[in-house]
Each structure stands twice: as C-alpha cells, then as structure tokens.
Design a protein around this ligand. Structure first.
Ligand SMILES: Cc1ncc(COP(=O)(O)O)c(C=O)c1O
Length: 405
C-alpha cells in the first residue's frame, strides 16, 4: 500500500554533507552556520535581522518577553490571537505572563480577520488593556497584515506575525512575517523548510533584535556569534570600565531563557533553502491537482482556496455541514488506505483541554473557528509526493466518498 505522508524529509547527500561538515568543524553549539542561516533567512524574508531559536514556540516566547521589557506591558496584558492554530501561540502568551483573547477566523483562509479584531476592540470596555496582535498565517495563507497594522496603529498595539507555517508566502509584495514588528517561523519537521526542531525571529527593529538575542541566551551581555575574547577584540570587554574584573560571557543584563539552537539544524535548513522556489512550486501544483481531482466532492468538502502567492504547508479540507460523512469516519478510512491525516488543530478555547477554563466564555462566540476545529483536517501536499501519489490520493477519496453518495 502506498503511504501518503503529511510531511516528509529526505536526508539527501547535501543534508548529510552539511551535518558532517558541522561534525568535522568541531563546533556543534551555535556558531558560524547558525549565523549564515540567519543572514540567508533575513535576506529571503526581506528584513534587516533574523535570529534563530530552538523552536517556533521559543521564538514566540522570546518576542513576547522582549515586547514586555521594551514597552512596559504590565497594565496591558491582553493579546489578540487566533483560536484555530497550533497550541503554541496560546501557550507562549500564557507562559509569557500575558492573556490570550481569541477572535474569529475567516472560514476559507483560517486566519483571524481585521474585521473581527476591530469589532472586538470597538466593543470591549477595556481597550487600553490590549497591547499585542498576534495573527497566524495558518497552512500558509496570509493574514491581511496591512489592515491589521492599521488597526494596531489606531489602538497603539504591537504586531507579532506567526508565519511558522508560511515560509515564503507573499502578500502585497512582501513575505509573510516581514511587515510586522516581528515575525516568527518554525522549521519543525513537515514545514516547508525543515530542520527537525528550530525556530526563527525576523524584525527590522534593532532594539527588538538585540533584546531577543540576549533573551534567548539567558540574558547574556555579550553578542558575538563566536567568542572574540581570545582575539582581543571583544566588544563586551571594551565597553566596560578599565579596571572591571569580569567575563562578558557570564554577565547577564536581563532574565532570559536558553533557546539557542545547535549547528546541525541550520545546516540542514540551509541545504534545503537552495530549493525553496521548487518546494513552493511543487506544493502549489499538488494543491491544484488535488483540487481538480476532488472538484466533484465540493458539495461534501470545502476544498482549499488556491492562491499562487501562498506557500502551502498542507492540503486542508473542511467537511461541510450538509455532508453525510463525519470527520472521524473519513479520516479513519483515509488512514486505512495509507493517506495520513491530521486534524485542523482544534479551536483552542473551546476544544483544547488545557484551555478548559475558557470554554464557557467562548462557546458559540467564534463559530467559524469552532466549526473548522471540529470538522477540518489536512493531508500532505509536500514536494516529495509524485504525480502517482496525488492520483492515488484522489482515487482513495473517490472510493470512500463515492460510497457515501
Ligand atoms: C502556526 C504555528 N505556530 C507556532 C508553531 C510552533 O513551532 P515549534 O513546533 O517549532 O515550536 C507551530 C508549529 O508547528 C505552528 O504551526
């Protein structure tokens, strides 16, 4: 039986060489390969700065913590975000001592809408308690970042765009994540560029970049990628009073985390980055082919919007409320035929046990997110799938859904 995986990573000769080069270099903790990746990712996204972290979740926590330090958010703990996303957005907000507030999504792009954000802010009694908008580019679909920025300006809010799933999505000429105060990315396995575990932060703001760089390294004072002390050019040493007896590597200005990566992950990511145009194009083609093949089931399934500016993470489907088949049954039968599936994350405040304490407050108030969370799922559209794999996937849908008619 064929296996149509949700994600895949072929460790080719290029990836093996990149990892072996790291081993041969004798330096496996963060160093020059990480710096090279950061430079290339900033260039790719189109921002002045990029910083790697150990994961996308770590990137979220780092930026939120930096915002708290830089903008004194003590009395403004509320962060508007998406209810339909991977749990780490809500977790990062809570773990940063902030408060997630969820607004509804667009049922076709699964992203929170400027209208929902603005409606919410215009109706609440305490708009002065809000400080951050954290929209998510789910599955690769872009949020309307220009309109979200307009609202942010009106209400004096910061914008952190979660582009974890949108590597290279374009919106009005800019890459996802580039047009916010900061953007974050995940390179978890199955993302378009994958490194096992790794995240990144992009920004054009030097203050945000510098503070994030410290926060991800336990608040460390010094900034060099590879220590320059032995060469006698350590900027940390030079900026301190002459007689001070200290080591900049062990001086910490803020309370931070250890969210550093290792050299292996950026090495693997760099090897794939050469193929980004192909990866995006091949996923686009697979989305188009699946849509064409499943067109006849548009009365049962909401097929994904095909947009040539989107860098797709996966192929998302939502079972329509008029359909005779349940998500559970369809997923089970697809899996039995080798087509892997994943639920569309779930609606965090009403369907995730960890957020049970919010359930009553949100039930019935974010209907699109609740519906997609309960009835949505995705399958793979990745670049390793062949035309035969796509044809096989379509044939399995036809077999299962044909029988339900
Ligand atoms: C939308 C979104 N945000 C954040 C994350 C967190 O990234 P990580 O798994 O690297 O911590 C993910 C992970 O897949 C994600 O899909």
């Amino acid at each position: 039986m064929r296996k149509i995986s949700v994600g895949w990573l072929e460790i080719g000769e290029k990836e093996k060489k990149a990892v072996n080069d790291v081993l041969d270099s004798g330096r496996i903790s963060e160093g020059p390969v990480t710096a090279e990746f950061e430079k290339k990712w900033a260039e790719f996204i189109g921002t002045r700065y990029c910083l790697t972290t150990s994961s996308g979740t770590a990137a979220l926590i780092t930026v939120l913590t930096a915002f708290k330090h830089l903008y004194d958010l003590e009395k403004r703990p509320k962060v508007i975000t998406s209810p339909l996303t991977y749990i780490s957005d809500a977790n990062a907000i809570v773990l940063s001592g902030l408060e997630p507030v969820f607004v509804d999504i667009d049922p076709e792009t699964f992203c929170i809408t400027p209208e929902a954000i603005e409606n919410h802010l215009s109706q609440v009694a305490d708009p002065e308690k809000y400080s951050i908008l954290l929209p998510v580019d789910l599955i690769g679909y872009s949020v309307k970042i220009d309109e979200i920025k307009r609202i942010a300006q009106k209400y004096d809010l910061l914008v952190l765009e979660d582009a974890a799933e949108a590597h290279g999505t374009m919106y009005k000429g800019k890459c996802s994540g580039a047009d916010a105060h900061a953007g974050i990315y995940s390179f978890y396995i199955a993302h378009n560029i994958q490194a096992g575990e790794m995240g990144a932060i992009t920004t054009n703001d030097e203050k945000i970049f510098t503070l994030c760089k410290q926060l991800k390294a336990n608040g460390r004072f010094c900034e060099c990628t590879v220590c320059t002390r032995a060469k006698g050019v350590c900027p940390g040493l030079q900026s301190l009073p002459e007689n001070e007896d200290f080591d900049p590597r062990f001086l910490h200005e803020v309370i931070g985390y250890n969210f550093k990566t290792m050299e292996f992950q950026p090495a693997i990511a760099l090897a794939q980055m050469e193929n980004i145009p192909y990866i995006i194009k091949r996923r686009q083609e697979n989305i188009a082919a699946l849509n064409k093949g499943l067109e006849e089931f548009a009365d049962i399934l909401q097929l994904p919007l095909h947009d040539e500016n989107v860098s797709y993470l996966a192929y998302p489907l939502v079972i329509k409320n008029t359909s005779a088949i349940s998500r559970k049954k369809l997923r089970k039968e697809l899996e039995e035929h080798g087509v892997e599936t994943r639920p569309l994350f779930g609606c965090i405040p009403t369907q995730q046990p960890a957020y049970e304490y919010m359930r009553k407050a949100y039930q019935g108030r974010i209907p699109h997110a609740e519906y997609a969370g309960a009835n949505g799922f995705y399958i793979g559209c990745h670049q390793y799938l062949t035309d035969e794999d796509i044809a096989y996937t379509i044939s399995i849908f036809k077999k299962i859904l044909g029988e339900t008619r």
